[in-house]
Design a protein around this ligand. Sequence first.
Ligand code: ADP
Length: 964
Amino acid sequence: MRKNKRKQSITTQYIRLIGIFAFAFIIGLVVLLGYQKYIHNQYAETNKHLQEKEAAAHQLERTFNQIFFEMRGYLAFDNITMRNKALQLEDDTTELILLLKKAAVTEEDLLFISEVSDFQSYYFEVFIPELLTAYETEANSDKSIAMNIAQQNGTQRVNELQSSMSSYTNAVDSHILENFKKYSLKQTISQWFFVVFLFFMLGMLATFVRFMFKRLGTPLSELAAAAEEISLGRDIVTFPQNDIREDELGTLSRAFEKMIRSIQENEQNLVAQNEELIAQQDELHVQKDELEFALNKIQVNETNLKRRNDLIKSLSTSLNKTDVLQNIVENFSRLLNADHGLIATTDLNIEYAAFGLSDEEIKQYIYHQYSGIIQRLYKTKQAFTIQRKCTPEEKGYHVSELYCYDFYIPVLSADNELVALMTFTRFANTFTKQEIEEYTAISKQISLSLERIRLFEESEFNRLLTQDMINTLHEGVQLVDDKGTILQENTIIQKLFIVNPITMVNESFETWSTKILPSIEDGAALMCFLKTIISDGTPQQSTHTYHITSPVKRVMQVYYEELYRGNKKYGTLFVHRDITKEYEVDQMKSEFVSTVSHELRTPLSSVLGFTELMLNKDLKPERQEKYLLTIYQEAKRLTALINDFLDVQRMESGKQTYEKKFENLLPIIHQVIDMYNENEPDHIFQIQKKTANTTVLGDNDKLIQVFNNLINNAVKYSPAGGEIKVVLYEKEHSLCIDIIDQGLGIPEEALPNLFTKFYRVDNSDRRKIGGTGLGLSIVHEIMKAHEGTVSVTSILRKGSRFTLTFPLVESKATEEKVRNDFQSFSLDDSVHVIVIEDDKNLASLLTTELEDNGFHVLQYMQGDAGMEAIKKYKPDTIVLDIMLDESGINGWEILEQVKHDSDLQDIPIIISSALEEKEKGFKLGASEYLIKPYPPHKLSSTILQTLLIKEKSGQILVPAKTES
Ligand code: ADP
């Protein structure tokens, strides 16, 4: 039981003590406050009583004084009201006396009350009646008797009463004062008690706190000291108050001690373990060093493997020989830690790659590839190393003797042929036997790779050869597999359908057909044809003809060949042939046949009909004449028709000759119009001349033919008549002539074909109008030969405008002068032309043509001889072929030399070549460029034109030589 009490927790103890203290404090406080309340109540009660008494006494005093005053007034002034008021106040006095009686406590009070009661009885029962009787019964003269009575008997008693009343009120006042003093004293005493109580309680509190600090603080600071000792690493032998105290601090202290003891114990264990760990750590260090060493070795091996891997990879990934050789030499040098390295092939086009070597060093190596030390590789086909002193460049800043090691490795093919050589150099480190064996083995891989590249190059060469071959074909070629995917194609097929051609190889049928479809008219039929063949079907026809609408209009025919390997079909070859020309010829043929059948038959049938009539019938002479005239006109029409046919034929084949002279067009136009003026009354002809320069260089007959054809058409296709206007004007250095009619006009879609042979507008309103469709094509050809053009604009049912343009030739004076000059050239042989042409026949043809036109010609077949002659004779013009005998200089070189020679550069050069390189020619300074074949007369006219232009620009006035 006792032990339990001792074991009470320190907190419970302190709470209990605080409770007792608080209880005592509250009890003390309640007692003191109660006492205070008590004395206060006591005082208040007494005071109230005394106050009431005092008030009643004072009131009584005042009432008696009032009565006395009233009575005296009555007596003095005989005022009945005052007597009555005095008598009325008697009741008040009775009441006040009763009040006093109730409040009476002391003997003094009782005495005073009896005194006052006596006086009241006396005054109102004895004195007043007496007085009143005396005063009211007596005559006025006797009122003094009454006054005397009042004075003798009353005054004394009244004075006595007043004095006793005043002494009584004074006594009551002093009782009140005394009561207050008593109360003040008690208050002071109680306050003193309160102060003493407070001090007592404070003292108690201070003692308690001090006790508490002593009980808690001391053991805590002892514990803190002990903890500090432990933290400083000192041993604690004893713990204070451990045994004595049973409270929390005791428990805490004991637990702390226990903990410290166990920590100390653990520390010892830990120290032991630590020592063991340090030993293990040392061991681990040793192992780590070993592992690091092994790891380094592995890393070196890994790097080597990686490099080897890179090398092998580079051998297999690229098929570019230069890249592969460069990769080999770099990777090998890295693998070997070599400072320089070089690999070179042994074939005729030696290819090589180097690492760390200058161009000069590489050149030297390649130069001595078949001699010196490298020769050893060729002989032995074995790798070897050489130790040598380093060259001063290799030594860098080292002055002592240094050695370098060269490692020569042969790269051998499968049949032991030396295909490449490798040499690597390492400073100061010799190559081990193991390295030599290892890298000799790797060199086998290199030979395989080089062999692979050789095979690839060979097959690539063959592929390109095949591609080039199929590219040179005029047909578009597509090789597709059994699903229609393109395996191979040529460039022609790409250009056929698309403006900016791109390859369609490897594209599926759907992809490439979608690309080309927009350019094809009725593409669905073509695709159906192709699809049938690809999917092994048999098309209705072995070929298919289709039209391409863009980028260039063409008519194409596709045929196919199936390709087999053994019995298995692996693809189909589509060949797209451009048959535009054939198609056009075909078209033309049928047009020609229909024209001929119509145009020839009609006049022929009338010739035959009329001749028959004339033969079988007897006709009158006038009839005969009429029929003969018709026969003559129809025969003329036939002749004109046949002439047209022949003209076209001649012009197209370049066989048409033109006799060009300076011709004024005005008389020609007049001459043609005159032919129609008379016979066509419905048509009004008009010529407008808006330029003075109406001269052209041309063939008179052909010019008449041009105007005749155009004016004839204007008349023919204006069946209702109307105005036909010919306007001559200048525009952009050309002489232009418009032939304008108000006829049927030409539909827009017909305009592009108008100048094609046999083309006629097929239209109901002109079907009756005869024609061959040759007139405009003849005009076109003639204008071409005159370096001019013909064009047309037309509005249907409104009329047409045909426009001719000729190169402008200035005024008549110039014309005549030129004509004279030309004649004098011809007469005097004054224009010297050197012709350089290696084709014997062509050279003689051109010479004849030029000589026929009065030029003086020197002809050379070789470039060098020609150049010599140019320098020597300084001709007026040179006619130059480009492709000349290979042994000498070619045309381009002659052109360049002439144009760079200040003495010769003004000589006009006319290139006459089959090469279509006009742009280049003009760039180098040629005056004209004629592409073979061209009609020979074109050369003479071109020379003349050129000289004319030159003369006009003031560069040359021809007869310098004539004069000399
Ligand atoms: P044709 O012998 O048919 O007249 P052309 O070559 O002279 O042959 O003319 C070709 C076609 O051009 C004609 O069939 C005609 O329909 C049209 N044509 C030519 N000139 C005119 C014109 N002035 N007015 C209307 N149509 C014309």
